[in-house]
Design a protein around this ligand. Structure first.
Ligand SMILES: [Mg+2]
Length: 206
C-alpha cells in the first residue's frame, strides 16, 4: 500500500533544460551557426555535447560560453505544457523546486526566462549536477537527498538514476535522444514523452 500524501506535503523537482526549455534543439542550431556543425537533434544520442556535436576542446569551451549568454538563454522556446502544469500544481498547493545544472552566473537570465514564460516556483536551485564546478559552496546532488521530493522530472539519465536510487521520489525521465539507453529506467524511472503524459502521472488527486 502506498503512502498517502496530502497535497500540502508534495514537493516536485522540475529540471529546466530539455524539460521546461527546448535547450538542446537551440544548441544544435547554435553549433551550426557558430561552428558549422550540422548535427540533427535526433542524432544527439549521447549526453556529452562535445561528443554529440563533434566539438574539439577549444570549440567546446567557446560553445559553452555562447550557450550561457543571456540572449541565448532568453531566446529558448518553452516546452509546450510546462508552464501551465506548474501553475496548476502550485495552485493546488504543491511545492515547486526548479532545479538546474546551469552555472550559477546564469541565474539572472534564468529568472527572467521563467518569469517571461509565466513559470512559477517556490525555489530555484543551481546544482552541480554533472560535477562541473569545483566550488565547495555549490549545491551538490547529495545535498538534494533530504529535500523530500515526491516527484522528479529530469532528462539527464545520470541525475535521474542518482535520484531514483537514493530517494523515495517517483522519477519521470523526459524522453530525449540522449537517454534512450537508460539506467534510470532500468532502476524504476518512468519514461514520459510530453507534458500531457506528465500531468496524467503527476497531477495530485483532487
Ligand atoms: Mg535537463
Amino acid at each position: 500500500m502506498g503512502i498517502l500524501h496530502s497535497v500540502a506535503d508534495l514537493h516536485f523537482y522540475i529540471d529546466v533544460d530539455d524539460v521546461l526549455a527546448e535547450t538542446t534543439r537551440a544548441l544544435a542550431q547554435l553549433a551550426q551557426e557558430r561552428f558549422g556543425k550540422r548535427v540533427h537533434f535526433s542524432e544527439m544520442n549521447v549526453f556529452d555535447l562535445s561528443v554529440s556535436l563533434g566539438l574539439n576542446k577549444e570549440e567546446f569551451s567557446a560553445f559553452m560560453a555562447a550557450a550561457h549568454e543571456r540572449d541565448f538563454l532568453l531566446g529558448l522556446k518553452p516546452v509546450s505544457g510546462g508552464a501551465g502544469s506548474l501553475v496548476r500544481w502550485r495552485e493546488a498547493g504543491v511545492k515547486i523546486s526548479v532545479v538546474t545544472g546551469r552555472p550559477p552566473e546564469s541565474r539572472p537570465a534564468t529568472l527572467d526566462w521563467l518569469e517571461h514564460h509565466g513559470i512559477p516556483f517556490d525555489r530555484l536551485d543551481f546544482v552541480d549536477k554533472y560535477a562541473r564546478y569545483s566550488d565547495p559552496k555549490m549545491t551538490t546532488l547529495k545535498n538534494l537527498l533530504d529535500r523530500g521530493y515526491h516527484t522528479v522530472i529530469e532528462d539527464a539519465d545520470a541525475t535521474a538514476l542518482y535520484l531514483v536510487q537514493n530517494t523515495d521520489a517517483r522519477v519521470l525521465l523526459y524522453d530525449r535522444p540522449w537517454n534512450q539507453n537508460s539506467k534510470a529506467e532500468a532502476h524504476g524511472a518512468l519514461r514520459v514523452h510530453d507534458w500531457t503524459e506528465i500531468r496524467r502521472l503527476a497531477d495530485p488527486a483532487t
